[in-house]
Design a protein around this ligand. Structure first.
Ligand SMILES: [Zn+2]
Ligand SMILES: [Zn+2]
Length: 496
């Protein structure tokens, strides 16, 4: 398969340098906790903003001014955050346009200026001169309501488009994650990614959060994977320009797709048939992997049903620890619950861990923290609340990938919000989840999910595609049983 490594990032998010919440320093700390790279894209302006009821445009105008006033600080914090091989930060801004659709500008270099344009052609010229990316997002809103305007699409600085964010899913006008959380309306068929691909445009897919609470990479709000040669800003940019990217809703599904050996995003010449190969490693049981050619699902793949007990531990297994729940506002018990936990595997090893951190509650001071304690331990500090939770889910979680046998045991020690210890044998977790509570109803709870054997979460396959006369494009869509999804950028065939 492809000879690249996967980095996870978010290249579209907001904070109080603009009309969102939180400092740029906090956004960076949050990003560093759980992402490989991030681009901050502060709200800069809206050249054709409508006048709103009761002068509500103030909300936007004040936000744009805050970004302008603090731009030198934003530039400096981003420039100083870069550590190739560990974490990459990129500078950017967002341009609102009712007519042309919103665009995020992401710079390859530090200390670049804000740019105010009243026409999309001027913004594009600026991006081309800067070598910057210009990425349309929340595509599927109607024209005139800040949805994409495919009429101004140009590959020159737009190798990828954002097909998933907290606004919803713009792949097409059906499918989960509909548009309902904002005031710009529902999904317009002609503005979806599928419609544009069918009309002959060439672009790759990214997901990004568009989170407004200063929380890059917010779980469930959108994320991207980039297939890079090396862990540097240049390589991340190279991957995006080559469309070697994929969109994620939240769970860090590992994706690879090749057609005739060429990676996702590539453009190739093909004969009457072409071979697609893929590899999908989910963070939960996989539901289905679909190969989509020219807008139609042409192949569907399913994982094997749960492997028998003897086989489950032959490969690394995964298990999710989730914490939160607790009382709700109508009980007048709304509160932020602080958590301190230590996970310890008695004999095996925690190979990797995948944080799933949602953005709320907003808190300038509190942080989620993960710290390894040897090969078999993980210390977690976190906080949860129902108030303002993203789509009303107050919970945080982490997925552990572990190498262990059925006789191994997970010890979990809580020191906050209460002192508690529990032991969960893996053999029992293979058969069922383990629910625990910090006290009597309605106090907060936590849960070891039923563990996921590799055979249920990983799928590799290949298929032969019939290539029509003329252009064709092929992409992959994966869905887990828990609803999380991933979309690999298309490979373009005979795209002369
Ligand atoms: Zn926008
Ligand atoms: Zn935005």
């Amino acid at each position: 398969m492809s000879d690249y490594r996967i980095l996870y990032g978010d290249i579209h998010n907001h904070n109080a340098h603009g009309y969102g919440l939180g400092s740029i320093e906090r956004s960076l700390e949050v990003a560093r906790t759980h992402l490989d790279f991030f681009a901050f894209t502060g709200h800069s302006g809206w050249h054709d903003m409508p006048s709103m009821e009761g002068g509500r445009e103030r909300h936007w105008i004040d936000g744009f001014k805050r970004l302008k006033d603090t731009w030198p600080r934003v530039q400096q914090v981003i420039a100083e955050a870069n550590r190739d091989g560990e974490f990459c930060a990129l500078l950017g801004f967002e341009w609102h346009s009712s007519q042309w659709g919103d665009q995020c500008v992401v710079f390859p270099r530090d200390y670049r200026p804000l740019f105010y344009a009243s026409e999309v052609a001027k913004l594009r010229r600026f991006c081309v001169d800067e070598g910057a990316l210009m990425i349309p997002h929340h595509l599927a809103y109607p024209n005139g309501r800040r949805g994409v305007n495919w009429g101004c699409f140009d590959e020159a600085c737009t190798p990828v488009v954002e097909i998933y964010s907290e606004h919803g899913n713009s792949e097409n006008d059906r499918g989960p994650f509909t548009y309902f959380s904002h005031s710009m309306g529902g999904r317009e068929t002609a503005n979806t990614a599928s419609a544009a691909l069918a009309a002959g445009l060439r672009f790759g897919f990214v997901g990004s959060s568009d989170d407004h609470a200063g929380f890059p990479g917010a779980y469930g709000e959108g994320l991207m994977g980039a297939l890079v040669a090396d862990f540097t800003r240049e390589d991340i940019f190279d991957a995006i320009r080559a469309r070697r990217t994929y969109a994620l809703t939240g769970d860090r599904i590992e994706l690879d797709l090749t057609v005739e050996g060429a990676p996702m995003g590539a453009t190739i010449e093909a004969g009457r048939q072409a071979e697609a190969r893929f590899s999908v490693h989910g963070r939960d049981e996989l539901d289905v992997v679909e190969i989509i050619q020219d807008g139609r699902v042409v192949h569907r793949f399913y994982p094997r049903e749960i492997s028998p007990e003897g086989e489950a531990f032959n490969a690394p297994i995964q298990i999710r620890l989730e914490w939160g729940w607790g009382p709700w506002g109508a009980l007048a018990l709304d509160r932020v619950c602080d958590w301190a936990m230590r996970v310890k595997l008695r004999r095996g090893r925690i190979a990797r861990y995948f944080p799933c951190l949602q953005s709320m509650p907003f808190d300038e001071q509190r942080r989620h923290r993960f710290a390894r304690e040897g090969e078999a331990g993980l210390a977690i500090r976190s906080y949860t609340a129902r108030k303002n939770a993203y789509r009303e889910n107050p919970n945080q979680s982490v997925v552990l990938e572990i190498e262990a046998g059925p006789d191994d045991v997970l010890d979990l020690t809580l020191s906050e919000p209460v002192e508690q210890t529990s032991t969960s044998p893996l053999g029992a977790l293979l058969r069922g989840s383990h629910n625990l509570f910090t006290g009597p109803f309605p106090k907060e709870g936590y849960q070891w999910h039923r563990l996921v054997p590799r055979a249920a979460s990983a799928l590799e396959g290949r298929c032969l595609l019939d290539v029509p006369n003329g252009r064709s494009h092929v992409y992959l869509r994966a869905r887990q049983k828990n609803g999380h999804m991933a979309w690999a950028s298309p490979v373009f065939l005979n795209w002369r």
